[in-house]
Design a protein around this ligand. Structure first.
Ligand code: SAM
Ligand code: SF4
Length: 336
């Protein structure tokens, strides 16, 4: 929890005193890439349209969350840019009172066409996933030859003022980990803020092994071979540990979700495209809001249900625990 921010008496709290402020909304589980750490080559059994919340249902639920003190809404997926009418959804969220900050995590494919419309609708920031700038490695990692589209999407985001443009990268051993300094140099040249994220056990194939995961320490060492990294003090509740690169002002972030979890400061809650609330990426259960919503529940009932789900939030993700089990839903369906 950010100590500088006063806690509303009606805030979305859990039993450990953490306050939910950041709502991650998955707009679709569909995707146009097939990142190996996320989904299999053949894709997944995508959600059918009637299963998914309509735009009106989605806006109503986000509105209820905002009434509970959510101040940031991050649109994600699957690939959020594949959701039809995305600028209208952004505008609908921006029109809520109070208006939350709206961010998006995207693979950037197609963003070149939509960045300006999204910014005009009220989107303020983007995180674009890019693990490598080497064409062959990109193709191997995402199983698609779309590097140019992502690069164009990043440029369009910067041009539309969706800044600071952040780049998310997952380092995979023997595939792109040795390229980490090249990716940092590429981002520095363009003014993008790079953040590495440790690979988590959230792939649909259940192929994650802790032993083969590239750790935050290893990434730091790799980057240290070419750059001087100095820790930026005052991390607060931010998941990324940030470092000044060669004395700054540019920084690079490393998110050690597995080796140094930040669950104690977690302020997130998630809504899936089919209307389930998840209090953690690794939650074993989830709350069905779609059913009550379609059965005519009023806002007070939705508030009661959401509060109850937050109350069930566990202390931590428990990836290192002997009884850890990977969630049945993959990252692409939960919303990263
Ligand atoms: N499709 C969009 C994208 O790739 O940015 C949004 C959804 S994606 C699930 C959100 C983020 O999760 C991306 O930055 C992606 O790299 C990351 N991600 C996916 N699977 C992951 C895994 N197993 N471990 C760590 N991060 C993962
Ligand atoms: Fe798609 Fe994002 Fe998963 Fe890659 S990480 S397959 S872009 S949802």
């Amino acid at each position: 929890m950010d100590v500088a921010t006063p806690v509303r008496t009606d805030a979305l709290v859990d039993t450990f005193g953490r306050v939910g402020r950041d709502l991650r909304v998955s707009l679709t589980d569909h995707c146009n890439l097939r990142c190996t750490y996320c989904m299999p080559a053949e894709g997944l059994d995508w959600m059918a349209k009637p299963q998914m919340l309509t735009d009106d249902e989605l806006l109503r639920v986000v509105g209820v969350f905002v009434s509970l003190g959510i101040t940031q809404v991050r649109l994600t997926g699957g690939e959020p840019l594949l959701r039809r009418g995305l600028p209208d959804i952004v505008a609908g969220i921006a029109a809520l009172d109070p208006s939350p900050r709206i961010a998006m995590t995207s693979n950037g494919v197609g963003l070149a066409r939509t960045a300006q419309a999204l910014a005009d609708a009220g989107l303020t920031r983007v995180n674009i996933s890019l693990d490598t700038t080497d064409r062959l490695t990109f193709k191997a990692l995402t199983r698609r030859d779309r590097l140019d589209d992502v690069v164009a999407g990043l440029a369009a985001a910067a041009h539309a003022g969706l800044t600071p443009v952040k780049v998310n990268a997952v380092a995979m051993r023997g595939i792109n980990d040795a390229q980490a300094p090249d990716l940092l140099a590429w981002c520095l040249e363009r003014g993008y803020e790079l953040r590495f994220i440790e690979q988590m056990p959230l792939d649909a194939q259940h192929g994650w092994h802790r032993e083969s995961m590239v750790t935050a320490d290893e990434i730091r060492e790799r980057l240290g071979e070419r750059f001087t990294l100095t820790p930026v003090p005052g991390r607060g509740s931010a998941p990324a540990e940030r470092f000044l690169v060669d004395g700054g002002p540019a920084t690079v972030g490393i998110i050690a979700s597995v080796t140094a979890p930040f669950c104690g400061a977690c302020d997130r809650v998630r809504l899936t495209a089919d209307g389930m609330v998840r209090n953690c990426l690794f939650a074993r259960g989830e709350l069905d809001l779609r059913g009550p919503l379609r059965d005519g529940a009023d806002d007070a009932e939705l508030v009661r249900l959401i509060r109850g789900e937050m109350w069930r939030k566990r202390r931590g993700h428990g990836i290192g625990d002997p009884d850890f089990t990977q969630p049945a839903r993959p990252m692409s369906s939960i919303g990263g």
